[in-house]
Each structure stands twice: as structure tokens, then as C-alpha cells.
Write a protein that binds this ligand. Structure first.
Ligand code: GAL
Length: 359
């Protein structure tokens, strides 16, 4: 029995095997927590989807039971989610209206690197699955964001599907990537989901070659974009978004854009989910003694989600320490969020337990 969290350490499940749910998210449903994440295999092969989305369940968040593969990759080479595609950052939300669990994830088609930049959707009637894959697409084709500028409302000629990977911000600022992707849909990479108090759900993702984030409302059944979205953090290259709400205010943790290598975390807040958002700076402090990394490298990790304990003023920030050379060995850093008068703080702890929330 685990009675505490040990950030960065091997985290055995009920079978004694290190939990395999990277880039994950936790859903609280009827007294049980469900942790969904990327199942990674050993070595560099683990950076692609060889198995699918793994699910674990827990009552106390310390001890997790293996629930198996919630969404399996396909053996059909024609499937979008065929083995060897890239399936990242799966998140699950519960749709009351249809009594269905809805999973979204970032999908890259097999052998196309990160060019496809699609969102994938799968559904299930039971939380741990199995999930049925529905489709993948680039969101919001043919729709301008609510805050589009007049000078963006055109489709630029001559940039085709040019990749802006490694491009300078000056180059990106000169290019209307939003307009380029108007017809085919907006790029959707690192992502998360958020269900607001009124039941409206949102999909937030790194778009426009990762240069700008989009926050996109979902339909009432949570399976498609509703067609209303906003561009936020223009040209700030934010990845790994993790959104949460406290006392009516929205907060987000995100990272810079440096692949598997860690960078400094960012935090922001807004009175309305569609913004305007204000950046608050790096929320982290302290050092992970295992790798010597502090706030400038987010303890060696990258944000993946924030879990609010149901009905409580208690929030856990979750990060991944990626191990791209041996992906299965990636580690999890879960830390409590402490709120301050103007934002929040996340301080490294070698170990901690729920008592952190009552002090
Ligand atoms: C990270 C991203 C991960 C994965 C990785 C690939 O920046 O957050 O989810 O896509 O890049 O290099």
C-alpha cells in the first residue's frame, strides 16, 4: 500500500509494474479515479503508439489498479490509429447527456512525423473502456476564430504545407498560418479537455505549427468542435496545456515548445475561458534532487493535467518526466498547487500526502 506520492520515482501498480500512462489525465467518476495515458514500450520505439491508451483506477490516488488497454491501436494499416501512429496526451471526460465517456487525443498518422496534427475521438459506455474509435480531423475547418483579425481573413498563396518547425518567430509572424489552415482545419497537437460548471466542454490545443494555442468549444455530446473557438497566447509557442478553475477563475499551466526536453513552465489566468488570458510566470520552485533540475526545467518534467479533487479546494498538478531513449521508463511528478494572492505556486516535494491540502 502506498500512503504518499513520491514524485519522479518508479510508481508500481497493483501488479508491481511501473504505471504506464504517460501524457495522461485523471477522470473522477462516482468515487473512483481513472488515469488514462499513453502506453509506452521500451526503447525509442515507445515514442510511437504500439499498444494504445492504458487505463488505471484508484480510490485514493496513491494506489492504482491496472484496468488494461482502454483504446487499442488498430492492426488495420488503413486505420488512422494503426500501430506505429503517434497517439499522445489522451484525455477522457464524461458526457451526462449521452451517458458516455468521451476520449480525445493528439493523433499523428503513421510515417508522417508530426505533420498531420489531428485530434482523435473515441467513446465508451464504461469508464475503463474498451473505447470505440470514431474519427480524427483538424478542428474548425471553414470557421474563423471569434477573435480573428481582418488581416487574417484570407487564404495566403504559396505556403502550401511548409513546416515551420525551427522557424523564427519573425518568420512565423509574417505568415498567416490560420488562413492557410482555414479550409482544411486547424492544426491540433498537444491538447487537453476541460468541462466547465455549466457542462460546456472545451478542447485546448497547440495550433498554427505550435505557435498559438486554440481553445475550442465542443458540441453538447462532446464529440466534435461546436464551431466557436478563440486564439490565445499568440506566437508564444505553448504546449502541454492543463486548465483548471477555482472560485470562478480559470487557470492554466503550460510549457514552452522544446520536444521531449524539459523547459520552464508557464502559468496564466483569465476571468473567462475565452480570455483575455494573463500570463503569471513560472509557478515552480524547488529542485528535484534526482536530476538537479529546478523551475527553469520544471523539475525535468512537462505538464500534462491538473486534477481538482471533487468538491474540494484541492488541486494536483501532474507532469511527465519523459525518457525518450527508453520511453517506458518515463516518470510522473504529481505536486499540490498552493494558491497565492495573484496566482499559484508548485513547490517540489520528495514525497507528500493529502494532508498537504488541510494545512
Ligand atoms: C513534446 C510534446 C509531447 C510530444 C513531444 C514529441 O513537446 O509535449 O507530447 O509531442 O513533444 O517530441
Amino acid at each position: 500500500m502506498n500512503t504518499a506520492f513520491h514524485p519522479g520515482a518508479i510508481w508500481p501498480d497493483n501488479k508491481g509494474v511501473h504505471i504506464n500512462a504517460h501524457g495522461g489525465g485523471v477522470l473522477a467518476h462516482q468515487g473512483t479515479y481513472y488515469w488514462f495515458g499513453e502506453h509506452k514500450v521500451a526503447g525509442e520505439a515507445g515514442n510511437k503508439a504500439e499498444v494504445g491508451v492504458h487505463c488505471y483506477s484508484s480510490i485514493d490516488l496513491y494506489n492504482w489498479s491496472d484496468e488494461g488497454i482502454a483504446l487499442a491501436v488498430s492492426d488495420d494499416p488503413k486505420s488512422d490509429i494503426t500501430r506505429g501512429s503517434i497517439l499522445e496526451r489522451p484525455k477522457v471526460i464524461y458526457n451526462e447527456l449521452t451517458a458516455t465517456f468521451v476520449m480525445w487525443f493528439h493523433l499523428e498518422l503513421k510515417d508522417q512525423g508530426y505533420r498531420a496534427a489531428r485530434a482523435g475521438v473515441a467513446i465508451s459506455k464504461s469508464p475503463a473502456g474498451p473505447y470505440t474509435y470514431l474519427e480524427s480531423f483538424r478542428p474548425n475547418a471553414g470557421i474563423w476564430p471569434v477573435n480573428v483579425r481582418e488581416d487574417q481573413k484570407h487564404i495566403p498563396a504559396g505556403i502550401g504545407d511548409k513546416s515551420f518547425s525551427g522557424a523564427t518567430n519573425d518568420e512565423v509572424k509574417k505568415t498567416n498560418i490560420l488562413g492557410r489552415d482555414f479550409t482544411g482545419g486547424q492544426m491540433a497537437r498537444d491538447m487537453n479537455l476541460f468541462v466547465d460548471d455549466d457542462g460546456t466542454a472545451y478542447h485546448m490545443f497547440a495550433s498554427e505549427e505550435n505557435s498559438t494555442m486554440h481553445i475550442s468549444e465542443l458540441t453538447k455530446d462532446y464529440r466534435k468542435p461546436a464551431g466557436r473557438y478563440v486564439r490565445v497566447f499568440e506566437h508564444r509557442w505553448m504546449e502541454a496545456p492543463a486548465l483548471f478553475k477555482r472560485n470562478g477563475r480559470y487557470y492554466m499551466i503550460a510549457s514552452d515548445c522544446t520536444g521531449w526536453a524539459p523547459n520552464a513552465a508557464r502559468s496564466m489566468s483569465a476571468a473567462s475561458i475565452f480570455g483575455p488570458w494573463t500570463e503569471l510566470g513560472n509557478p515552480c520552485s524547488g529542485v528535484n534532487p534526482e536530476n538537479g533540475m529546478g523551475p527553469e526545467k520544471t523539475f525535468g518534467g512537462q505538464s500534462t493535467c491538473v486534477l481538482q479533487l471533487p468538491g474540494r479546494d484541492a488541486y494536483i498538478a501532474m507532469f511527465d518526466i519523459w525518457r525518450p531513449k527508453d520511453a517506458i521508463d518515463g516518470r510522473y511528478v504529481w505536486l499540490p498547487i498552493e494558491f497565492t494572492s495573484d496566482g499559484f505556486r508548485i513547490t517540489w516535494r520528495d514525497s507528500w500526502d493529502m494532508a498537504a491540502f488541510t494545512i
